[in-house]
Design a protein around this ligand. Structure first.
Ligand SMILES: [Zn+2]
Length: 185
């Protein structure tokens, strides 16, 4: 991409990010080329469980978005995107309930719904309730989410941790744990 094109796409992404930031529960679709880059894949189950349990305890065993407790939690990797150097940075790992987690991965939720494995109306209802928004707003929101995803797909993301170490090239488990513990400080 030319510098000018990167500049224009960056501005468009930032404007969409800002419009979407008003939603407490907002999808964050993983760019296509980063689809299979997730911590679960590179860590042993034991190590991933250690991280998850640390995160659940830190979040007081509640969904960090809708606040529900007493439900099964899942650990969600929260990424930030830096457009200038195409950096996809692990910003945090959060405890989420299943409904909030599926809302984060709205693309996956719609695939599961198409395969009859999920009721998409439940996802939309949870979005409305958590954000205190009307159902009529969902279409416009969804369009912005996919537009942002489409634009982010144009970059070749370099996936790093808080210390700018490439997570999937040279995984340093202790460094990763430290970087996760630093979050929020
Ligand atoms: Zn939730």
């Amino acid at each position: 991409m030319t510098r000018n094109k990167i500049h224009n796409i960056t501005k468009e992404c930032q404007s969409l990010e800002s419009e979407l930031s008003k939603y407490k529960l907002c999808a964050s679709l993983i760019p296509e080329k980063s689809f299979y880059a997730n911590l679960r894949k590179v860590l042993t189950k034991k190590k991933w469980d250690l991280i998850r349990n640390f995160v659940y305890e830190r979040d007081s065993y509640k969904c960090s978005i809708c606040g529900r407790s007493g439900v099964k939690l899942e650990a969600h990797e929260n990424w930030k995107y830096g457009y200038i150097n195409s950096i996809q940075k692990l910003h945090d790992i959060k405890s989420l309930c299943r409904m909030c987690h599926l809302n984060k991965h709205l693309g996956l939720a719609s695939i599961l719904a198409r395969e009859d494995k999920l009721d998409y109306t439940k996802i939309v209802e949870h979005w409305c309730k958590t954000n205190n928004e009307e159902l009529t707003k969902f279409g416009d929101y969804e369009e912005k989410v996919y537009k942002l995803w489409y634009l982010r797909n144009k970059f070749d993301w370099k996936i790093v941790d808080k210390n700018n170490k490439e997570i999937f090239k040279d995984l340093n488990y202790n460094g990763l744990i430290e970087s996760i513990k630093q979050i929020g400080k």
